[in-house]
Design a protein around this ligand. Structure first.
Ligand SMILES: Cc1cc2nc3c(=O)[nH]c(=O)nc-3n(C[C@H](O)[C@H](O)[C@H](O)COP(=O)(O)OP(=O)(O)OC[C@H]3O[C@@H](n4cnc5c(N)ncnc54)[C@H](O)[C@@H]3O)c2cc1C
Length: 403
């Protein structure tokens, strides 16, 4: 029976309850150990992944025909209100970025051979991947500027270039590399995506870039990668030659909404901490909860979180209906990134100095949240996309129809 007061079907809520139980029992208590990122943390992750598989909670972002347990975007949005609470949970449930996005484009555009070689081990959790697009030398916001080149020699691509922020490249098995293959074509026909095994000669994963003080390890890294005369078969082309921009759009749209879904879990967690602490901590004759400023933070956060949930549900539902929901996803991305940062910041402020320590997860959450305003397109670019699309309607003599 569908509960009319709920935004999600009751079957989804039941599944979410199973994730909640798993999170409470296994993931949240393990967070401190996992944060150490040492060998025992890696072992712990492997054990938790095994448990998640055994419990039927593995790969909820993909449909069963792609090896997952998913049922579309709305379903995944519902589950992520739990999964998103912990940075590590996406890895535990086998739906971590960037593998989730790579798996989706492999599922949609991969050949039978590519699916067997790259997608199957990826979804099964036997392999990890990275997405290698951004370059230090040019503005990542404008991929028409990319310089990494690939030329065909015989039956092979030969790739030369320099990328950075290839998340998870340390210890990964392969990358999806965005190259310029046809520089004389129209700007959006110049790029191709190529599947590159990480152990191919000429691929060097140089070092994890230190991001806000954190270098990380394995999946939790953002690496600089050099490609020097790297040769891979032409059969490793993902989609068609010249279709990288098209694929990037297909890959990054879902990837962006996946991020926002997880942020909903982060927002909820920060909100829970803020409200509990406001009731508990006393100053100037009463609990912080009685100070109007703190009440304003709580009210503004509640409004922002619910607005983000509704925008997510709207965009997820439209994607499930076959729409790309480009305006919806872009406005959600920049709006939710702002709300996420605001909610976490208010929660930290409510906690005073404690908020900056490791007594709560808030400080770490703030670091991850800050990057959310930049990765998968900075706020300013998404605002530009939204405004341009809306203005196009008006320029054509129509109006923007909110639906
Ligand atoms: C944690 C993290 C993980 C990442 N993971 C990956 C990954 O796995 N693979 C990958 O390829 N990349 C990844 N990236 C890179 C990310 O996608 C780029 O940083 C992003 O696209 C912006 O590119 P840029 O850093 O070169 O900034 P630039 O394009 O140089 O932009 C700099 C600033 O200029 C401003 N700006 C740009 N365009 C406009 C505009 N039109 N109007 C107004 N202002 C504008 C914005 O404020 C922007 O922040 C990651 C980044 C981070 C922080």
């Amino acid at each position: 029976m569908h509960d009319p007061t709920s935004l999600f079907p009751s079957a989804y809520l039941e599944r979410r309850a199973a994730y909640r139980e798993f999170m409470e029992r296994h993931v949240l208590p393990a967070e401190r150990l996992l944060d150490r990122e040492d060998d025992s943390a890696l072992e712990l992750i492997a054990g938790l992944q095994e448990k998640a598989r055994a419990t039927g909670l593995w790969a909820p972002h993909l449909p069963p025909e792609a090896g997952g347990t998913g049922d579309g975007f709305l379903y995944y949005a519902c589950l992520n209100e739990e999964i998103g609470r912990s940075h590590w949970a996406q890895l535990v449930f086998g739906c971590q970025a960037p593998d989730a996005g790579n798996a989706e484009i492999l599922h949609q555009f991969g050949t039978a051979e590519q699916k067997q070689r790259f997608l199957e081990p990826l979804v099964a959790g036997r392999a990890r991947s990275f997405f290698s697009m951004t370059e230090p030398e040019v503005a990542g916001s404008d991929p028409t500027l990319l310089r990494t080149r690939a030329v065909v020699e015989g039956e092979q691509w030969v790739i030369d270039g320099h990328k950075w922020f290839s998340s998870g490249a340390e210890g990964a098995d392969f990358g999806v590399v965005f190259v310029i293959s046809d520089p004389d074509e129209m700007p959006h026909r110049r790029g191709t995506m190529i599947l590159v095994p990480a152990d191919a000669a000429g691929v060097t994963v140089e070092r994890p870039t230190v991001v806000m003080g954190h270098g990380g390890r394995a999946w939790n890294t953002h690496c600089e990668v050099r490609y020097q005369g790297v040769r891979v078969p032409v059969g490793n082309t993902l989609g068609g030659r010249g279709e990288a921009f098209l694929l990037a759009q297909k890959r990054l749209g879902p990837g962006r909404i996946h991020h926002v879904m997880r942020w909903l879990g982060q927002m909820q967690r920060a909100f829970d901490l803020m409200c509990s602490y406001a009731l508990e901590r006393e100053a100037f004759g009463g609990p912080l909860a009685e100070k109007q400023t703190v009440q304003n933070w709580i009210a503004d956060s509640a409004a922002g979180i619910q607005a983000c949930r509704l925008l997510t549900i709207d965009a997820a539902g439209k994607i499930d209906q076959g729409s790309e929901a480009r305006v919806e996803v872009s406005l959600l991305k920049f709006y939710a990134a702002r709300v996420l940062n605001d909610v976490i910041d208010r929660a930290i402020q409510t906690h005073g100095a404690r908020g900056l320590t490791d007594a709560t997860p808030l400080a770490q959450m703030a670091v991850h949240a800050r990057a959310g305003r930049i990765y998968d397109g900075p706020d300013e670019v998404h605002r530009m996309v939204v405004a341009r699309r809306i203005l196009k309607s008006y320029a054509a003599g129509e109006r923007w129809q909110f639906e």
